[in-house]
Design a protein. Structure first.
Length: 639
């Protein structure tokens, strides 16, 4: 018991005498009593009678905290039997699998038995010291067994093999009420029960057990005596290659596929990944498992990462693996198409994918599933030359964007499915607004495609938009969350009227037509239909050649953002504000920690400063005239 000094404070005209008490397993709480209201009464607060009375209360609670934590012999015996029974049921499942040999199942059971025996001997931590190793080898454990045992110990880390939460969950599963003061006793019983159950399971095919006609019943009732008579079982005579098969077929380590979501969520929770990066990382690791196979996590090796990289080079970058990974990779591999100079994955993209896998690996180590340096994805990164670094995102030239806004989408067209045929009508939807938003607001494709009607504010100060996570979109990083003033060109073309019409119609998404397709949604839907057709029109225009890198990568929708940021690269423009507009992090301690206009000057000051910078962009759509608002039915939009 830890004693914490007395304190007092005045409350409601009465001095309160307070003592903080910390009891084992119960934590910290307070005992409080009220005494007289005069200053003189403070002396009485410390009177021996009051102190002694409170000390007796504390002592009684301390006595109680130990008494309620002790389990009776019958309770302990019941817990031990239930754990043993349950473990036998789990451990013997492999014997019923015709693909797995009984020897391999027995080997796996014996490794798990020794793991929990070590934990029981070392207060819940699986520690293999020299004395334990000598003891186990004297009992017949061979090199294969000891290597596998060390792997399991490394995967569990230095902490408790069964955490308090895990122990409580196991007790609840068995229908046994946990007790705060009995955790140490329960943990020892749990480890002993699991050890006993695993050891009994190794004798599933003993002649005596088989002859009983009820192997499981025999192991539950008489398995303890069988183990006692036969001493400790020895490692079955299997080769190292067979032991590897046993590792994957009957392994104590969880399947990697079952861990992905939890590990990714941990990375997001500790801000190592943003929600947007987390989704990219989740997709990448699931692709890794799909391509090399889902196995117990301890069965992976560096060669599997190398195999993954080799396969990535063989898949065109245009393939969306989520659309086919419900089938085995081997069955769809040939149907994914051939890699060409135009659809080959870049080295920078590969390195980004390996960085995701490396972060996931580090969290697997931190969570105790993998030992340190178990696999090292960054060992396989590709060398990117200076030329390759400089040829990543090729911007448009102003003439390309000016020509784009001369398309019939903006000058007059013939309606749904004929938006690029010259006509009399101009319709307002994502096909009309997304290129304009990209040019004048500098957002990413999915940021603008995922707008909600509620993202826009027109009636308070400077009209502006919010870019934040919502039901349609995640963000690439924490810096991507930002507030942007609306460029005057958008307002002159009737953007406010368009948003207000969507709000009046009860729309939630600003561009609902992009969210109808179950397969492709948001920016992907816009890209595959409207943007692709607009690019086809642009390529047909006289004197226009689409900018392309030496590798053949053509400028695309995201290149609009690159164009705008390039145009703002001027000596007289504050580049910190440009970073804020783009959703990039500021560099340097001063910029990150001290230059905070939003807190010191307010939102309106920030909007005005950012608007001044946005207005330095070329006015690509200056010749586009405002047209009366025309909105097609949702199924006919952006086609």
């Amino acid at each position: 018991m830890t004693k914490i000094p007395y304190t007092y404070r005045r409350k409601h005209g009465c001095y309160r005498y307070r003592r903080a008490v910390c009891l084992p397993k119960f934590g910290k709480f307070h005992i409080t009593c009220s005494l007289g209201t005069s200053i003189a009464s403070l002396a009485r607060v410390r009177a021996a009678a009051v102190t002694a009375a409170l000390d007796r209360v504390v002592a009684m609670l301390h006595y109680h905290s130990f008494q309620i934590g002790v389990r009776s012999a019958s309770e302990a015996n019941l817990l031990l039997k239930q754990v043993t029974d349950f473990t036998i049921g789990i451990a013997t499942q492999g014997y019923f699998d015709p693909v797995v040999s009984p020897e391999l199942v027995s080997a796996s059971c014996l490794v798990n038995a020794d793991l929990h025996d070590l934990a029981a001997r070392h207060e819940g931590c699986a520690i293999l010291d020299k004395a334990d190793e000598i003891r186990l080898r004297d009992q017949g454990r061979d090199d294969v067994h000891m290597r596998r045992l060390r792997q399991l110990i490394s995967a569990e880390g230095d902490g408790l093999l069964l955490s308090d939460m895990s122990l409580q969950q196991r007790l609840e599963h068995l229908g046994i009420a946990g007790r705060p003061g009995a955790l140490k006793q329960d943990r020892l019983l749990m480890h002993r029960g699991i050890r006993d159950g695993q050891l009994r399971a190794t004798r599933f095919n003993d002649p005596e057990v088989v002859a009983s006609g009820d192997p499981l019943g025999y192991l539950v009732e008489l398995g303890g005596a069988l183990i006692a008579r036969g001493d400790q079982p020895t490692t079955p005579g299997i080769e190292v290659a067979d032991a590897e098969v046993a590792s994957s077929a009957v392994s104590a380590s969880p399947m990697l596929g079952t861990l992905i979501d939890g590990i990714v969520n941990d990375l997001i929770a500790k801000d190592a990944w943003s929600e947007g990066v987390g989704e990219d990382g989740r997709r990448l690791v699931k692709q890794f498992v799909w391509m090399v196979g889902d196995m117990p996590c301890l069965d992976y090796r560096q060669m599997h990462v190398s195999e993954f990289v080799r396969e990535l080079w063989q898949i065109p970058k245009t393939v969306r693996v989520q659309s086919v990974w419900d089938r085995p990779y081997s069955s769809v591999r040939k149907s994914l198409g051939l890699v060409t100079a135009h659809n080959r994955r870049s080295k920078k993209t590969l390195n980004k994918d390996l960085a995701y896998l490396a972060s996931f690996t580090n969290q697997m180590v931190a969570a105790g599933y993998w030992p340190e340096d178990f696999i090292r994805p960054l060992k396989l990164t590709a060398t990117v030359t200076v030329q390759e670094k400089d040829s990543g995102r090729l911007p448009w030239r102003p003439v390309h964007l000016e020509t784009m806004f001369n398309a019939p989408i903006y000058r007059g067209n013939r309606g749904s499915k004929r938006r690029l045929a010259c006509g009399e009508d101009v319709y307002h939807d994502s096909a009309y607004w997304l290129p304009l938003l990209a040019c004048y607001q500098l957002g990413r494709r999915d940021e603008h495609a995922g707008h909600l009607v509620s993202d826009f504010v027109f009636d308070i100060g400077t009209p502006h938009m919010l870019i934040e996570e919502n039901l349609n979109r995640t963000l690439k990083s924490a810096n991507s969350e930002r507030v942007l003033p609306l460029h005057p060109r958008l307002l002159e073309l009737g953007f406010q009227e368009f948003v207000e019409a969507a709000r009046a119609a009860g729309e939630i998404s600003l561009f609902p037509e992009l969210w109808l397709n179950a397969g492709k949604k948001g920016g992907d839907q816009y890209y595959s239909v409207s943007w692709r057709k607009l690019m086809g029109w642009l390529e047909q225009q006289s004197g226009i050649a689409i900018p392309a890198t030496p590798s053949g990568k053509k400028a695309d929708f995201h290149s609009i953002r690159a164009t705008g940021l390039s145009q703002l690269d001027r000596n007289d423009i504050n580049q910190y504000i440009v970073c804020d507009l783009a959703g990039h992090g500021r560099e340097g301690t001063t910029a990150r920690s001290y230059q905070k206009l939003l807190q010191s000057g307010g939102l309106e000051d920030v909007l005005q400063e950012r608007l001044k910078v946005l207005q330095r962009l070329p006015d690509y759509a200056a010749t586009v005239s405002r047209q009366p608002l025309k909105i097609l039915p949702i199924p006919l939009r952006a086609r």
